[in-house]
Design a protein around this ligand. Structure first.
Ligand SMILES: [Fe+2]
Length: 441
């Protein structure tokens, strides 16, 4: 059955309201002047601005169709931080202050409403099938930067969703890329604050008529090549357990949380308490090792009935060696591991073994990685492996490193054992790896 998409002649799309009711009002007035059929907001209503609850009446009055952003998801589910995906501790510090302020200033009704918002929307504009999301179609807080997002990945998103145009936001910086064959990717930017483009200028509009920065002017889209795709028979926007970086956006926990009424979640805050408990325990174990050892003795770990080792088929000096780590290593361009979930994150990241060090970082709050931040070889001995290969002690170095974040608990253990770990094993075989060095952290 061909998918029936709501058709529009002309739409306005923006992201990142960030509690900025003044910018939202100006944006909506601007959209009205441009004679659009519908207005869409790609999420992140809260954060930074002084009056969280002022944006909701404006959105409702204007009939804006809103998607759920990471900020909205956090507010709705009672999380302790915005889930923005920042990796810089300073960013996280200020984001936490802003988030706590926004949480306290957003009414329970509005938080519950945020929990009902969809993660994706599909519409048709002329011949174009448009897919809207917040971060990326697969991860709500994935940063799709213009400088680091491969066109192949964008085309894969579109192919998977049977769409021609991808609209996203979250990075806060707008961009547009024509992908050929009538396909386009557009980061629509944000309206609530200036772009984080490395400058410190303040933008002020003394006339009040030009609207805020950050919007994308409607631009004509070329008609796509006939027959290039399936003529509009959209496949369902599927879950992705097999995408390039092993993020698991279709974990059992995700739909379960979305189905849970937000108000129920807010009345029971076990997530916050468990997260706090994890952090306290880590600090205590770091300072009092005997306490950690006592905890480990009483801990019921996962036990395996079989020995998970495979005999080495040939000498190490002839074998291609791969590195797998649980140190939370990932490329800066990839989404960080989820540190907001008290049960951890069972997904993995792929890092080219020769990735420049400046492009690699660590997201893991349950061990002290200050030494590894200075020299990645502390947790991921890539240089030493290359030296061993050069000296003939190992046969070769596999092209990719697979990285987990070692905190995996609760339901995520099953996801790790049944999905992400077997997937990494399959990829290691495809990479030609014949033995693996595990580097726990
Ligand atoms: Fe966001």
């Amino acid at each position: 059955m061909p998918e029936r998409l709501t058709e529009y002649r002309r739409i306005a799309v923006f992201g990142g309201v960030y509690n900025n009711a003044l910018a939202l009002r100006a944006t909506l007035e601007d959209a009205r002047r441009r004679d659009v059929d519908a207005v869409f907001c790609l999420g992140d209503l809260g954060g930074f601005g002084p009056h969280p609850d002022r944006v909701y009446p404006l959105l409702r009055h204007a009939g804006v169709q809103v998607l759920q952003g990471n900020y909205d998801q956090s507010l709705a589910s009672g999380r302790t931080d915005c889930g923005c995906g920042y990796t810089d501790p300073r960013d996280n510090h200020f984001a936490r202050i802003s988030y706590e302020y926004t949480f306290s200033g957003t009414s329970p009704d509005h938080r519950a409403w945020l929990g009902t918002l969809p993660r994706h929307r599909r519409v048709r504009i002329g011949e174009h099938r448009v897919l809207m999301c917040h971060g990326s179609p697969r991860v709500i807080n994935e940063f799709l930067w213009e400088s680091s997002t491969p066109s192949g990945l964008l085309r894969a998103f579109l192919d998977e969703a049977a769409a021609d145009v991808l609209l996203c936001t979250h990075t806060g910086i707008k961009w547009h890329r024509a992908l050929g064959g009538g396909a386009h990717a557009v980061n629509v930017g944000v309206i609530g604050r200036p772009e984080n483009d490395g400058t410190t200028r303040l933008v002020r509009d003394p006339d009040g008529g030009a609207g805020p920065r950050g919007g994308v002017r409607p631009r004509p889209l070329r008609r796509r090549d006939a027959g290039a795709r399936d003529g509009g028979r959209g496949t369902a926007l599927g879950v992705r357990g097999n995408h390039p970086h092993g993020m698991v956006d279709d974990l059992p926990r995700e739909p379960a949380r979305q189905r849970t009424r937000a108000r129920e979640v807010l009345e029971v805050p076990p997530v916050s308490l468990r997260d706090l408990g994890n952090r306290v325990a880590v600090q205590l174990f770091k300072r009092l090792p005997w306490l950690g050892q006592a905890w480990a003795r009483r801990r019921h770990f996962v036990e395996s009935d079989s020995v998970p080792w495979t005999p080495l088929g040939k000498p190490v000096r002839q074998s291609v060696i791969a590195l797998v780590t649980t140190a939370g290593v990932h490329r800066r361009a990839d989404p960080p591991f989820d540190m907001t979930d008290p049960d951890g994150d069972p997904s993995f990241r792929v890092v080219p073994v020769d990735a420049p060090r400046g492009e690699v970082t660590i997201t893991h709050k349950y061990y002290d990685h200050s030494a590894a931040d200075r020299d990645l070889n502390v947790v991921l001995p890539v240089d030493q492996l290359h030296e061993l290969a050069a000296a003939g002690h190992v046969g070769g170095v596999a092209p990719r490193v697979y990285s987990f974040m070692g905190h995996v608990d609760g339901a995520h253990v099953r996801t790790l054992m049944e999905r992400t770990a077997p997937e990494v094993a399959r990829r290691l075989r495809a990479d030609g790896a014949e033995a693996v060095v595990l580097t726990p952290a």
